[in-house]
Structure formats: structure tokens, C-alpha cells
Design a protein around this ligand. Structure first.
Ligand SMILES: [Zn+2]
Length: 277
């Protein structure tokens, strides 16, 4: 969970402190590394801006590449969030690679079974340029390619489709108003608690910013705990989130104390044992 004591604009304060402490040559390095790592963003006009600014403080132009673009046929929902989480992890694992603001994928027709999202020839976008540049590395055999396959299974891409996904800065803070401790635990923490109830051999993985949780047993499928489009907390098979869903009742609302979290974890564990095992 996010600490309520984390100061606002933490990234901006860190960057400001570093700049104030640095000698001129060090400041040159910092103004390169700041946007490279996502600590600040650089505008097309070269001005450095803090992450809370959606328009440049220098030229007042809007920050570029802050919107996803997907084919218009469907809402991609959690499938898109899975892809974003995979891309985020990809670049988290590559600190020497300049962190893009967004990545776009093109459609390939090189496969026998029809058009698909290509893992190669992708385009990286940076906030200081209105045009993208080719990203050299192939996402094959990664969580990114798995997420692309799932997207393609859900909605077969068509030639000419655009899929551009925003990659959040690692220093992005939750928006104002969502920083309160209104909810003590993320949904992914419910899944972690359920795995601990289920015991030995159960593993979990947290979805993007904890919005959902995955869990799996020693030799069963992977389950997903998430809030569905009806605002119900549900358990489903991760590979079939639109299939069988069992609602987790929260008669007292969201848990806010450890024993309440435990009760929700026990409910989720019981649902998995009774309905999916
Ligand atoms: Zn500017």
C-alpha cells in the first residue's frame, strides 16, 4: 500500500534537492538522467518538468504520449492493464534503457493463423519528440508477448490497427484524492492473504498497482481476484476472466484491519476450494 506519509511531489523534491546539491558538471548529468529514468519529463522545447505537470511550464504545450490508443471495437480493460504491467516490468528490468512514455505495436500478417500483434518493430515514444523511434529489442517470449497474445485472442487485430500503450513513470504517484487511506489494502493483497490461507505451494503475483491479484496452487490453474464491471469482487480463472466468476461477499465493506483481511482471504480460499478445485 502507499504510505500516507509520503510527501506530495516526492520525485520533484528529490530532483530539486539533487540539482541544488550538484556542481555544474553534475547538473548536466542529472538533467540527462532525470528524464532518462522518468524522474522528470522533458518537453519538446527541452524544458524539464515535474511529473505532476500535464503541460510544460516553459512553453505551456501539453505533455505528449499520455493517452493509450487501442482499436475502436472493444474496451480492453484488464487485458490492456496486463500489457501495461508487463511493459512496466520490462523497462523496470532495463535501467540502462531510456524509459519511453509509451510503446506502440504494429500488426503482422506473417503468421499462418491470421493477423497478430508483432513483438518486434515496435515504436518507442518520448515526451520530448512528437515522433516515435524504433525500439530495437524484440519482446518475444516475455510477459509482453503473452499479454499481446491474450489481447489478440480477445480481439483479432486488423491491418492498420493502432495499439499504443502508456508506460507510467516509476515515480508516478497516485492522483490527488486517491492518496488517502480510504482503502487500506489493495485487491492484490486480498489474493496474497488467500494464498497464505491455502498454504504450502501457493504463489501470487500482483497486478498493475495492485488492482488485481493472481494466485496459483502447486498443480492447478492460475486464478484472478479482481473487481468486475459490476463492481463486484470476484474470483475467476486467470485465463478465462469472462467465464465462471464467483463473487466474494463483503458484508462489512473493504477490510481495513488485519483480521478483516484474513477473513476476506479465507472467503477467497473457500471459493477456490469449493468452485474451482
Ligand atoms: Zn515545453
Amino acid at each position: 500500500m502507499y504510505s500516507a506519509t509520503m510527501p506530495r511531489n516526492f520525485a520533484a523534491k528529490v530532483f530539486g534537492r539533487l540539482m541544488n546539491a550538484a556542481f555544474l558538471s553534475q547538473q548536466h548529468a542529472l538533467t540527462d538522467l532525470g528524464p532518462f529514468t522518468g524522474l522528470v519529463w522533458r518537453c519538446v522545447c527541452k524544458e524539464l518538468n515535474t511529473l505532476d505537470l500535464t503541460a510544460c511550464g516553459g512553453c505551456h504545450e501539453a505533455r505528449l504520449w499520455t493517452k493509450d490508443v487501442t482499436p475502436p471495437r472493444y474496451q480492453y480493460g484488464t487485458l490492456l492493464e496486463d500489457l501495461r504491467a508487463a511493459l512496466t516490468e520490462w523497462f523496470d528490468d532495463r535501467p540502462k534503457v531510456r524509459r519511453p512514455a509509451a510503446i506502440s505495436f504494429r500488426v503482422t500478417t506473417e503468421y499462418d493463423d491470421g493477423p497478430a500483434w508483432a513483438t518486434w518493430d515496435t515504436t518507442a515514444y518520448f515526451t520530448d519528440s512528437p515522433t516515435g523511434q524504433t525500439y530495437g529489442e524484440d519482446f518475444e517470449r516475455s510477459f509482453v508477448s503473452e499479454a499481446l497474445v491474450e489481447l489478440g485472442d480477445f480481439d483479432r487485430p486488423q491491418v492498420g490497427d493502432v495499439l499504443r500503450v502508456v508506460i507510467p513513470s516509476p515515480f508516478t504517484e497516485p492522483a490527488e484524492g486517491t492518496r488517502s487511506t480510504e482503502y487500506t489494502y489493495t485487491v492484490s493483497e486480498y489474493a496474497v492473504e488467500a494464498a497464505s490461507v491455502l498454504g504450502e505451494g501457493w504463489g501470487t503475483e500482483s497486478g498493475y498497482i495492485g488492482a488485481y491479484g493472481k494466485l496459483w496452487g502447486p498443480d492447478g490453474p492460475t486464478y484472478r481476484v479482481f473487481v468486475d464491471e459490476y463492481d463486484d469482487l470476484v474470483v475467476a480463472l486467470h485465463d478465462d476472466p469472462d467465464g465462471k466468476r464467483i463473487t466474494v461477499d463483503l458484508p462489512n465493506g473493504a477490510p481495513s484491519l488485519p483480521y478483516e483481511l484474513r477473513a476476506v482471504g479465507e472467503d477467497i480460499a473457500a471459493i477456490i476450494r469449493a468452485n474451482f478445485a
